[in-house]
Design a binder for this molecule. Structure first.
Ligand code: SF4
Length: 338
């Protein structure tokens, strides 16, 4: 009997369970560690058979038999001729870090030439295609600057422009002059807002609690990015004082962007690099969790904002006992060795 590790299947070993991911089907399955031991045993055995495995793992016979039957049925456990060469999953980092969304806080002081310099650099070097602005205040000057910036972004090739609704701005009429150029509004969760403003859809961000698999994604994207961390380069936020952060919801200061040269130095600098390449294997609690290859919980939900490896504060899973709870589990005892 020989184990096929399909390139479409991968897993990671957690503290209590193992996670089997079938990437083609986009399914994840949590299995007891004893099953993983069986899989590893078969994979490393030169020659064995079904009965040998059942005898060897007789203490867990029910679980093991059930699981072997599952593998056979899925054809992940087969007799195969030696010449069949299976390729492992490739999780090489992408050569280019992309920044899809450029978040910008606009004030009456935001200069159009500064914006052009920054926006062009992002288009050219990071393939950025969405501009999402927030207004720092309700003044007419700020509205006019925001309107000019959105128009300019269109000319520079940004194919999506939106507004992140700020909690402190109550008057929706201030968007009247710019809504013709907008694709969407983004509203934070819990913010009472309309479904449409001037016929433009308001997208409400979902509640960011990781509960019972709500953030699990079994695909190569999540697998690669959780392993390498690179998806955290997807966003960049520059506030009205030109301070650069990874995202409007994660004010982890990366540096300042007085111009595009500064921006490139910051984005390619060590602090941003640590942030962009923060993988789940380096995060407390997550690194002992079997869901770490498929969990899309964001880094910005960490308990200690200053410490990138700090455990998430919004996750209801307890990887030590392998149980989902109703409320987030934030016990710092998770700083265990895997
Ligand atoms: S412990 Fe981390 S990886 Fe596991 S489910 Fe929670 S947030 Fe996701």
């Amino acid at each position: 009997m020989k184990m096929i590790i399909s390139p479409a299947v991968t897993w990671c070993k957690g503290y209590k369970n193992a996670l089997l991911m079938h990437l083609h089907d986009e399914k994840v399955q949590s299995v007891p560690l004893s099953v993983l031991e069986v899989i590893e045993y078969i994979a490393h055995c030169q020659s064995t058979n079904y009965q040998d495995v059942l005898i060897r793992f007789s203490e867990h016979a029910d679980v093991v038999k059930g699981y072997l039957d599952f593998l056979l049925q899925k054809q992940w456990l087969l007799e195969v001729p030696d010449f069949v060469d299976y390729q492992p999953i490739s999780i090489e980092p992408s050569a280019i870090l992309k920044t899809r969304n450029f978040y910008l806080e606009v004030s009456d002081n935001t200069s159009l030439s500064w914006f052009e310099d920054i926006a062009l650099w992002l288009r050219k070097h990071r393939a950025t295609h969405s501009l999402i602005i927030s207004l720092s205040d309700e003044s007419e000057k700020t509205q006019s600057v925001a309107s000019d910036i959105i128009k300019r972004a269109r000319n520079l090739g940004y194919n999506q422009c939106g507004i992140l609704l700020s909690q402190h701005i109550k008057n929706e009429n201030i968007y009247d002059g710019m809504s013709g150029d907008l694709d969407f509004f983004l509203a934070q969760q819990n913010a009472a807002s309309s479904t449409h403003i001037n016929h433009v859809e308001v997208i409400t961000l979902t509640k960011d609690i990781v509960h019972k698999g709500s953030h699990l994604q079994s695909n190569l994207y999540s697998c690669r990015h959780n392993k390498l961390g690179t998806y955290r380069a997807d966003n960049i936020f520059i506030d009205k004082n030109k301070a650069i952060y990874p995202h409007p919801f994660d004010l982890y200061l990366l540096g300042r962007a007085k111009n595009s040269l500064n921006l490139s130095q910051v984005i390619n600098g060590p602090k941003a690099h640590s942030y962009f390449f923060m993988s789940k294997d380096k995060i407390d609690k997550c690194r002992i969790c079997e869901y770490r290859l498929s969990c899309t919980n964001s880094l910005w939900n960490r308990q200690d904002k200053d410490v990138l490896s700090s455990a998430p504060k919004n996750c209801t899973y307890d990887p030590i006992v392998g149980v989902w709870h109703d409320t987030p589990v934030t016990n710092t005892a998770y700083k265990l060795e895997a």
